[in-house]
Structures are given as structure tokens and as C-alpha cells.
Design a protein around this ligand. Structure first.
Ligand SMILES: Nc1ncnc2c1ncn2[C@@H]1O[C@H](COP(=O)(O)OP(=O)(O)OP(=O)(O)O)[C@@H](O)[C@H]1O
Ligand SMILES: Nc1ncnc2c1ncn2[C@@H]1O[C@H](COP(=O)(O)OP(=O)(O)OP(=O)(O)O)[C@@H](O)[C@H]1O
Ligand SMILES: [Mg+2]
Ligand SMILES: [Mg+2]
Lengths: 223, 223
């Protein structure tokens, strides 16, 4: 489960202060599928980065499966990220010198998965997102939506217990976007993966059980 | 006007050949607003890159306002891009060391616009896309949708005669996306700008007069 207690995140820019999150409290139970909805700049990515242990709050607590991450050291945070969290980044963050195959394989190498099993799982995941034909392309030899699908495949290949998806269908047509949500839904049904999706895409919302509305760094509504 | 005559684009990847466009013919009249629709990987970005003189076809001709660009040298292509074309890239292509203000200002500097007029036009455009408050942020200090809006502002600030928009609302919520399309529509009404939008977003399509459907590098339907 994931608990946020009165979380603040500030960025300092020269003399100005940007308050990206202002007192966010939230509870997400194991195997829930929820979405974070809100205007551009409202704090969705910042919120996901805190839950994903990529960043730490200025104030308040982020508690993942009973552990308070806001006071952990970098090594501990790295372990949580590597083992529990599949993060689909808004800007993909692919490694430019590696092929699609190698990008997807990387987290399995970090987890010490043996070579044969890595190969089987990477091929299966690339096939699921429709990229088998493009496995040897580097990111700059792929379309925008193909890069997005490499980022998705890389996040999901570890069978994570938490998926954080930052606008995962932004560059995908309706059909392909639906295929991705079906994969995520199946993960949720088969291994109880908790899913938090930041999205502007109304088609994603049909898969979501609870909606959290963010505006100017605050939760303004839940349904 | 824009004319494509039997255009092919091939990429060579080691021993394999990727046929991104396979015999595309298209005519777009001055001040038309058209969209290119199609699945991820179908060739939309490749098509826009050819029209935008960022790349040249493997076969066939691209004719912009009566001039055949497929046989021009780089200097001539650069002149056309700088003076006529406002390109909103799918991957934004912002300069990381420049602020939002400076990124938007760059094309006006290239065109020799005097300092006072540059300032007035950059401020006006940043205001229109809702980013005035963020003008001194660098790209890594902006949200995904804010970066997208800097890319949009930079493309439109030159009052281009042709706008090529590659999924311009991918990272924007409905309200902000609508604001952007209104700006583009106004440009079309006031200075007869020709607009070609590659998009997956159904909300963009309400602004479009003609739809071109692309699949596997071919036009399969027009409406
Ligand atoms: N440099 C390259 N080398 C090899 N193949 C490439 C290269 N660039 C693009 N491709 C391939 O060409 C095809 C068309 O790519 P393009 O970027 O035009 O698609 P798209 O319609 O814009 O897709 P999306 O909606 O995902 O952005 C894709 O299958 C892609 O893998
Ligand atoms: N490093 C930074 N320095 C200063 N301000 C920042 C920084 N990173 C983000 N911000 C600001 O924090 C606010 C929230 O950003 P965030 O990326 O969380 O928004 P978002 O909801 O994901 O937006 P979008 O839908 O456009 O992706 C924005 O106004 C942004 O400009
Ligand atoms: Mg974001
Ligand atoms: Mg594209």
C-alpha cells in the first residue's frame, strides 16, 4: 500500500519558490487502480516522482508498504525502486546507445535474472507491446509511440508490485493505447499490482477504479 | 500550397530496410487545416519531416509553394524552414541551457527581428500559451505539458505561413489543448496559415477540415 501524509514539494529557482505540491494526503490500497487527473503543471509528475522514490518531499511523509521513504538513504531507495516499482516516465528516459531489446532487458540484469529467463521475458514483453519487429532499433530509430512502448515494456518486464505510469498513452493511437491498458489490467488481476496513472486521456479512465483530481499542487476532488 | 508526388522514405538499419513511406501523394491548398491520422509507427512524423524540409525523400517530390525541395541544397532548405515553417516537434527539441523565453526568442533572432519587437512578441506568445509565469524556467524546470507549450510558442511566434504540428496536445489536458488549437485556428483565419497536424487526439479533430489516414506508410483513406 502507499500512504502520503501532508506532503509538500518545493523547487527553488533563483529567488523564486515554486510550490509544486501543497499538502497532499492520499492512501492507495494494494491492487487498486487509480488515476491522477489535472491540468498541465498541476503536480502529477512531481507526485509520481515522490511515490516512486525518485525524489523526496520538502515536508511530510511518503510510506511504501509500511516503510517511511522520506528519511531513507539513497541505497535503500534504490532497492525499493529496483524491486517494487515499474515507472513509466513521461519523457521515457531510454538509454540512447542501447537497442529496444537492451533497454527492456536492463532492469532484469539489475535484479540478477539469469540470461535465458531474461531473453524469454524480454521477447514476450516486446511482443505484447507490438515491438518484436523493432527490437534491434535504437531510440532514435523509433517513432515517438514506439519509444513510449519501450519505456512501458521496460517498466512492466520486472512484474512490479507498483506501476507508476506518467501519461503512458500520450503518444499512442486509440488501439495501441487500449492494448497497453489491457496489459496493465492483466498484471493487476494476476499479481495484484497497484497502479497509479497520471493521465489526460479519457480512454485510460475506463480502466480506473478511483480518480484523484489535482489542481495547483492540491487534491481538489476524489471520485 | 504543398504537393507530394509519389513520395518514398526508406531507412537502412544494418542489413534491414524500413520503408517508412511507400508512395504517398498529397495536395494541401493554402490556408487548409488538415490532419494526418494513423497508428503508432505508420509514418506521420516521417511525412511531416519531409514537408518541413528536415529530411529528403528517398524517391518522389516534395513541392512547397511551387519549389521542388527534394533537390535543394541545405542552405536553401534552411531558408525555407526559417521563413515559412513553424514546426512543433513530437519530442519538442528545446535547447536545455536556454530558458523558456530564450527558446521562444531564438527563431526571431535568426530572422533579424529587432530587440524591442522580439521582446513584445515573445511575451505575447508566452502569455497566450499560459506560460508567462514560467518564462525564466529552463526545460528541466518545467512540466511535460509546459515544455510542449514552449515548443508550440516557439513555432508560432514567427507567424509562419505553414504550421506542422506533430502531436501538439499529447501532453496537455483538454482545456489547455483547446487553448492551443484556438491559437492555431486564429493564425489560420488572420494570416491564412496552412496547418498540418499529426494527432491521436479526437479533440483536435474538431478544428480540422480534412482528414488523411495513414497506415504502414500509405494513405489508405481521406475524408
Ligand atoms: N532512423 C530510423 N531508422 C530506422 N527506422 C526508423 C527511423 N526513424 C523511424 N523509423 C521507423 O519508421 C516508421 C515510421 O516512423 P514515424 O516516426 O514516422 O511514425 P509515426 O506515425 O510518427 O508514429 P508515432 O505515432 O508513434 O509517433 C516506424 O516504424 C519507425 O520504427
Ligand atoms: N526543477 C524544477 N524547478 C522549478 N519548478 C519546477 C521544477 N520541476 C517542476 N517544476 C514546476 O512544478 C510544477 C508541477 O510540475 P509537474 O511536472 O509535476 O506537473 P504535471 O502535472 O506533471 O504537468 P504536465 O501535465 O504538464 O506533465 C510546474 O508548474 C513546474 O513548472
Ligand atoms: Mg507531467
Ligand atoms: Mg510520430
Amino acid at each position: 500500500s502507499i500512504v502520503l501524509k501532508d506532503v509538500y514539494k518545493e523547487y527553488i529557482l533563483g529567488k523564486t519558490k515554486v510550490e509544486a505540491l501543497r499538502g497532499v494526503s492520499l492512501e492507495v490500497s494494494k491492487s487498486e487502480i487509480i488515476s491522477i487527473i489535472g491540468p498541465s503543471g498541476s503536480g502529477k509528475t512531481t507526485l509520481l516522482n515522490l511515490i516512486g522514490c525518485i525524489d523526496v518531499p520538502t515536508k511530510g511523509e511518503v510510506i511504501i508498504d509500511g516503510e517511511n521513504t522520506s528519511t531513507m538513504d539513497d541505497d535503500k531507495l534504490t532497492l525499493i525502486r529496483r524491486h517494487k516499482i515499474g515507472f513509466i516516465f513521461q519523457t521515457f528516459n531510454l538509454i540512447p546507445v542501447l537497442t529496444a531489446y537492451e533497454n527492456v532487458e536492463m532492469p532484469l540484469i539489475s535484479l540478477g535474472v539469469p540470461k535465458e529467463e531474461r531473453h524469454r521475458r524480454v521477447i514476450e514483453m516486446l511482443d505484447k507491446v507490438g515491438l518484436l519487429e523493432f527490437k534491434d532499433h535504437k531510440p532514435d530509430e523509433l517513432s515517438g509511440g514506439q519509444r513510449q512502448r519501450v519505456a512501458i515494456a521496460r517498466a512492466l518486464v520486472i512484474n512490479p508490485s507498483i506501476v507508476l505510469a506518467d501519461e503512458p498513452t500520450a503518444n499512442l493511437d486509440g488501439e495501441t493505447g487500449k492494448k497497453i491498458m489491457e496489459i496493465i489490467k492483466t498484471l493487476n488481476e494476476e499479481i495484484s499490482t497497484t497502479v497509479i496513472v497520471a493521465t489526460h486521456d479519457p480512454r485510460v479512465l475506463q480502466y480506473v477504479e478511483r480518480k484523484i483530481y489535482l489542481e495547483d499542487g492540491r487534491i481538489v476532488r476524489e471520485e
